[in-house]
Ligand binder design. Structure first.
Ligand code: ATP
Length: 438
């Protein structure tokens, strides 16, 4: 099964989805760069999430807050005191590990069984603001985007005139000084979060917690993730984060085992209460109908873009066989990505570089690129060009051949069924629209 991880990591690098950062200097462990196709896939993931969580709902509004916030935020939120993982060091080889992630009693590096006592290691990156390097100027890179939704709660509620229950959504970078980053982009020190803080009346929190678990599971299914690879797992009480009353993970069966893909937490009124106390500002919500004030409870679905990216790639990776032009069976790698996620929606392929075909193919490409992310490829045998598009998940290939010049039609090949339809260029946009529209 680790073969799958290797195959996907290697495809990701070879085709420009993602590769190690600063590689010419040997890389920086746990930092990854997203190349041309990776950027498209990430944009599509963010867009699908935003569409489902904000645009298609009446009860969620957006926010894009600064990464650097007042250090008082992280004191009040409990992150300075409590956002830590238990760190142990092997007494023999001095490698460091996160105690709760050790696979067994022995050191994964040298096999010895003696470790230091665990010490709490704070995961926040600390830096200095302005030209003075003293503690008074210390700021943190945010380890979650959620805190901005809490400290901006009143301003946003008033500006948007939203009534509880409602949510605030944000997508943005977060930083955690993870002890053991691992598994490609599964766990990194810089990553991107997509979070909603959903504010509800106290007492309605448990019901909304149930709602969000189902709703988030549905989102992955709607984007084609195989149901047998997904499950919900409730946190045991000793696993809960310092702010949570209940939490559940949507887990995916990764090649390295079932692991958290997305977390859903019932954060109660913990954060608003702490910020109200620490800032001295009134953060209560006035419920006009009930004629009363209260601090809302919060349910939070939180998903990493990078972890979703890895999941979609792994889940879509298929290896099969197909007949080559010479009639031989060949290996065929396909990324069966949902059309909304596919980095390139349509590729235009002239049968050859013939000088009559190229201008016609360019005209067809102009029609396509006006609407969709597309590619134009005229290099090499047509069969090989199909394979190249299959491997990156392009749903449709449009071939321009010599008959096109007389009948004004092109061949549209669909990735999964490999069906081929002959379509007139006049109808091409409508044909694709019908099949690509969300
Ligand atoms: P863990 O206990 O595994 O370190 P966590 O439970 O603290 O993680 P959450 O705070 O629930 O993680 O994070 C919410 C989501 O953010 C995760 O489900 C995951 O999708 C993403 N995420 C968290 N940490 C990382 C990371 N280091 N790299 C990539 N994605 C991450």
């Amino acid at each position: 099964m680790t073969d799958l991880m290797e195959a996907v990591t290697s495809l990701a690098k070879r085709r420009g989805f993602a590769f190690p950062s600063s590689e010419i200097y040997g890389g920086l462990r746990s930092s990854w760069d997203y190349g041309p196709l990776g950027v498209e896939l990430r944009n599509n993931i963010r867009r699908a999430w935003w569409r489902s969580m904000v645009q298609l709902r009446d009860d969620v509004v957006g926010l894009e807050a600064a990464i650097l916030m007042s250090p008082r935020v992280w004191e009040a939120s409990g992150h300075v005191a409590g956002f830590s993982d238990p760190l142990v060091e092997c007494l023999n080889c001095h490698q460091r590990f996160r105690q709760d992630q050790l696979p067994g009693p022995a050191c994964p590096n040298c096999g010895q069984k003696e470790f230091t006592e665990p010490r709490q290691f704070n995961l926040m990156f600390k830096t200095h603001m302005g030209p003075v390097e003293e503690d008074a100027a210390a700021v943190y890179l945010r380890p979650e985007t959620a805190q901005a939704m809490f400290v901006d709660f009143r301003t946003i509620q008033q500006a948007s005139r939203m009534k509880v229950p409602f949510g605030i959504a944000q997508i943005g970078k977060a930083f955690r000084n993870e002890i053991t980053p691992s598994n490609f982009v599964f766990r990194t020190r810089e990553f991107e979060l997509m979070e909603v803080e959903y504010f509800v009346e106290p007492g309605a929190d448990e019901q909304w917690f149930e709602y969000w678990k189902e709703e988030r599971l549905r989102w992955f299914l709607s984007l084609g993730v195989r149901p047998e690879k997904l499950r919900l797992r409730a946190h045991a009480s000793d696993e809960l984060a310092h702010y949570a009353k209940a939490a559940a993970d949507i887990e995916y069966e990764f090649p390295f085992g079932w692991s958290e893909l997305e977390g859903i937490a019932n954060r109660t009124d913990f954060d608003l209460r702490r910020h109200q106390e620490a800032s001295g500002e009134d953060l209560t919500y006035f419920d006009q109908e009930g004629d009363r004030r209260y601090l809302p409870f919060v349910v939070e679905p939180a998903l990493g873009v990078d972890r979703a990216f890895l999941t979609f790639l792994l889940d879509a990776y298929r290896v099969g066989e197909a007949k080559s032009a010479k009639g031989e069976m060949e290996k065929r790698t396909v990324l069966a990505l949902h059309r909304d996620l596919a980095p390139i929606k349509v590729a235009v392929l002239p049968l050859s570089r013939n000088e009559a075909l190229v201008p016609e193919a360019r005209r067809v490409h102009d029609v396509v690129k006006a609407r969709w992310m597309s590619a134009y490829d005229d290099a090499g045998a047509i069969g090989r060009r199909y394979r190249r598009q299959d491997e990156v998940g392009t749903p449709f290939c449009v071939t321009v051949d010599f008959e096109t010049l007389t009948d004004g039609q092109v061949t549209v090949r669909e990735r999964d069924a490999m069906t081929q339809d002959r379509i007139s260029i006049d109808r091409l946009a409508a044909y694709l629209q019908e099949r690509l529209a969300a």
